[in-house]
Design a protein around this ligand. Structure first.
Ligand SMILES: Nc1ncnc2c1ncn2[C@@H]1O[C@H](COP(=O)(O)OP(=O)(O)O)[C@@H](O)[C@H]1O
Ligand SMILES: Nc1ccn([C@H]2C[C@H](O)[C@@H](COP(=O)(O)OP(=O)(O)O)O2)c(=O)n1
Length: 234
């Protein structure tokens, strides 16, 4: 798909396992845009707090850590990266111990304010440097970039999301793998829902339901929303 030379900011939100990261990366690659995984920023902060032995429920200490976090986000969609103080934490932040504890950090309102500030800075920088970005998370369409050119809520049924995550983590989606994944997906979304609204689309946000779509169809569905929206901007 070709696009006009005007900068393009695409905001994508959705629950865990809806396909935000993988679909956003593919969309960014196809459109020649940067890619920002905001969940990785909450994960990196969680990793750093644990490295330093902080109690994640000590809100003031974690908020201070957020302000000091020496974080680098690499926004190249074909090779995205996350580094803390020069250490590549791309793999470490996906470990279950982080997935299980990240909500304690993500529900800290001072942390959210600090990471929101950084996310806006990165989005603005990508807009200027490469002509745009696909930024994904839980509150991008509503809080971080409500003025984005394209705003999408990526939805998938709980069953589809559990199946996808089980396959990713355990290599199959048999009953015991799905059950093991339940806490990471459903419980975490419940906690995260207390600070962001990502289960229903806000006004002006287009819902793309991927429950019955395969990966490539999901990418195409988002690209169609982009084409329709950019078309109406001209
Ligand atoms: N439409 C889809 N159909 C099937 N699998 C998908 C689809 N979208 C994503 N996946 C797979 O589901 C898993 C979770 O996707 P991911 O992008 O990490 O979701 P999120 O960022 O929303 O948590 C990944 O293994 C991904 O390849
Ligand atoms: N903009 C964002 C992005 C993520 N979060 C929270 C929600 C999750 O618990 C963590 C990690 O998000 P991430 O998108 O990596 O999680 P999943 O890939 O969907 O499992 O951060 C948030 O509160 N706001």
């Amino acid at each position: 798909m070709s696009r006009s030379s005007a900068p393009l900011v695409i905001a994508i939100d959705g629950p865990s396992g809806s396909g935000k990261s993988s679909v956003s990366r593919a969309v960014a690659t196809r459109l020649g845009l940067a890619f920002l995984d905001t969940g990785a920023m909450f994960r990196a902060l969680t990793w750093w707090c644990l490295e330093r032995g902080l109690d994640l429920h000590d809100e003031a200490a974690v908020a201070q850590a957020a302000r000091e976090l020496p974080l680098t986000m690499v926004t190249e969609p074909q090779a995205p990266g996350v580094a803390v103080d020069g250490t590549d934490v791309g793999a470490a932040i996906r470990e279950s111990r982080i997935s299980e504890q990240v909500s304690a950090v993500a529900t800290n309102l001072e942390v959210r304010a600090e990471l929101r500030r950084r996310q806006r800075e990165i989005i603005a920088e990508c807009r200027d440097r490469v002509g745009g970005v696909v930024a994904e998370g839980r509150d991008i369409t509503t809080v971080v970039a409500p003025d984005a050119d394209v705003r999408v809520l990526l939805y998938a049924s709980e069953e589809a999301r559990l199946r996808r995550r089980a396959k990713e983590l355990h290599g199959h989606a048999e009953a015991e793998a799905v059950a093991a994944t339940h806490a990471q997906v459903v419980h975490r979304d419940r906690k995260d829902s207390t600070v962001s609204s990502f289960m229903e689309a806000a006004e002006g946000v287009t819902t793309v339901d991927t429950s019955d779509l395969d990966f490539e169809q999901s990418v195409e569905a988002v690209l169609e929303v982009v084409a329709a929206t950019v078309g109406t901007r001209a």
